[in-house]
Structures are given as C-alpha cells and as structure tokens.
Write a protein that binds this ligand. Structure first.
Ligand code: NAP
Length: 270
C-alpha cells in the first residue's frame, strides 16, 4: 500500500514522521509514495490535516486520510505520537475500512465579469467585509431569506462545526449527518436589518447564495486560505458530491471527542 507522510515543520512532528518513514520502509506491504498515495498520514494537528487535505485535494477521491496528533487528540486526528507502531500494524492489516464526512462546495462569481472560482472546504468558508460591515442578501434554495448586516457569515461542514463555527455560536453537528450550517458573525439587528439571529442548517437538496452589496469589499475564505479579495457578485454554497475519507482502524465516538476537547472530565453525578 502506497503511503504519503505530510507533516508540519515542528520538531515533535518531524521526529514522528522520521519514525513512520523508517518503519514503512522496513515493511513488506507498505511503501512511501508522496505523488500517488492511497493513504495520506498527516502528522501535527487538525490544522495540519486541513493542509494535507488541500495538498492532495485533486486526488482526494482515491485516498484515505489518517491523522496523528503530536499534541492533544483532535477532531481529524485519531492517533497519538506514541502509537506509531500500533498504526503501522493496523496499516499492514488494512482491509479498506473507512468513514467519510461531507465537504462544502463554494462557487464564486465576480462583479467585473471575470471567470468565477470554485473551492472545496473541509471545515468552512467565511465571507467577511475588509472594513466596515458586510451588507448582503441571503437566499436559500433560490428564495430571499434575509438581508444581513454585520461582520460576516460562516458556512461550515459538520466536521468543521467544532472549529470557527463554534466560536461564532454555531451548533455542533455530528459528521454522520449530510448537512451544512450557516452562522452569523456579529450581525447588526435594527429596524432596517433583521436577521434570524441563530445558526441554521440546510439539507442536501438546498443551497445558500449570498449576494453582497454592489460596493462591498470582501474577503472570501476556504478553511485556512483566502480564496479571493476581489469584488464578488455572488457566492453559492452546497453540500459537495465529494466526501473526505478516513481510514478507520478504530472507532471513536464523535460526542466523546467533543467532551474530551471542550469540557474535559465529566462527573456523572452518581
Ligand atoms: P490556526 O489559526 O493556526 O488554528 C486554529 C485552531 O483550530 C487550531 O487549534 C486547530 O487545531 C483548530 N481546528 C482546526 N480544525 C478544527 C476542527 N475541525 N475542529 C476543532 N478544531 C479545529 O489555523 P489552522 O490550524 O490553519 O486551521 C484553520 C482553521 O482555523 C479554520 O478552518 C478555522 O476553522 C479555524 N479558525 C478558527 C477561528 C476561531 O475559532 N475564532 C479563527 C480563525 C480560524 P490543532 O491545534 O489541532 O491544529
């Protein structure tokens, strides 16, 4: 099986990567292939896995991801740095087991008529105003839903719901659900601008279109990257037909990860 190791440049990650590469090179059934891997192992944190996903995005339909965390356990990282041998054993026993999560399609059109761009997000996309507040109409499935005024809007996947979305008051969604969520970033509510004021979740047959005010100067992001700072005429968000796949050698309950990451030890009260 062909494996790529994608690491952040921190010392702890470099140590883990070196150990992984050494063990893979000694294995009879595993080999290193950074160009056409079947498995991509990211070493670092959730942010590193995000970068690894984008690095291999063009071939993401034919790869499975694995995350090793060199700090705490994360949402995309099932393995700890001291479990390298256990992971190698699992790779050697691999029988193609996987779990997949939804991704977000982003399609942007520009006001100057230049060709639009598309992007694929694993966590989220945000549309924010460079300075002042963003004024935009929000459509759901082609129907005007609200006129927004505020810092911006965050559209996230279920697996991204624990990232930026959570910081702006969005709900946490189990990635087993095929849905996307829109959360407001500091909306202004008065007699002229009235927004829902709470996050909303749309189903697979729906889409969200945001039409900024004609002279809005915006930043459109996709995960950790800026997609565009050009003047946008509209941006559309849909649940992608593509999904991210993870090699699933052991099962970690999603809500257990949430407790572990955000709450810590919970006393059952017994
Ligand atoms: P970063 O600013 O260096 O780190 C952002 C933090 O978000 C890291 O602690 C990272 O975990 C964590 N994270 C990433 N994906 C997550 C997920 N799905 N669930 C829970 N936590 C997650 O940026 P980065 O490492 O390149 O990651 C980019 C992401 O940062 C964006 O997609 C956005 O979601 C998030 N972000 C959040 C805020 C905010 O909450 N106010 C602001 C900007 C960006 P690790 O430490 O394990 O890498």
């Amino acid at each position: 099986m062909k494996i790529a190791v994608y690491s952040n440049l921190k010392e702890a990650s470099n140590r883990v990567s070196a150990s992984l590469i050494n063990k893979i090179s000694k294995s009879n059934s595993l080999e290193i292939d950074g160009q056409n891997p079947e498995i991509v192992i990211s070493v670092g944190g959730d942010g590193t896995l995000l970068s690894a996903f984008h690095h291999y995005q063009d071939i993401s339909d034919s790869i499975r991801m694995i995350g090793i965390h060199t700090g705490h356990l994360g949402f995309y990282t099932d393995w700890r740095d001291y479990e390298v041998q256990e992971l190698i054993d699992s790779l050697e026993d691999d029988n193609g087991q996987s779990v997949t999560y939804p991704l977000l399609d982003i399609k942007v059109n520009y006001a100057d008529g230049t060709p639009g761009d598309t992007a694929l997000a694993l966590n989220e996309s945000t549309l924010r105003q460079i300075n002042g507040s963003l004024v935009a109409d929000v459509f759901i499935k082609g129907q005007l839903f609200e006129s927004f005024r505020g810092d911006g809007l965050c559209i996230s996947t279920p697996s991204g719901s624990t990232a930026y979305n959570k910081s702006v008051g969005g709900a946490i969604i189990n990635p087993a659900l095929n849905a996307i969520q829109m959360a407001e970033i500091s909306s202004i509510n008065n007699r002229v601008f009235r927004t829902l004021g709470s996050p909303l979740i749309i189903s697979p047959d729906e889409w969200i279109k945001i039409v900024p005010n004609t002279n809005a100067r915006t930043i459109l992001s996709c995960d950790h990257q800026v997609v565009s700072t050009k003047t946008i005429s509209s941006v559309e968000y849909r649940i992608s037909s593509r999904r991210i796949a993870f090699a699933q050698y052991r099962h970690r309950q999603f809500w257990h990860r949430v407790t572990n990451s955000f709450i810590g030890e919970v006393d059952s009260g017994d």
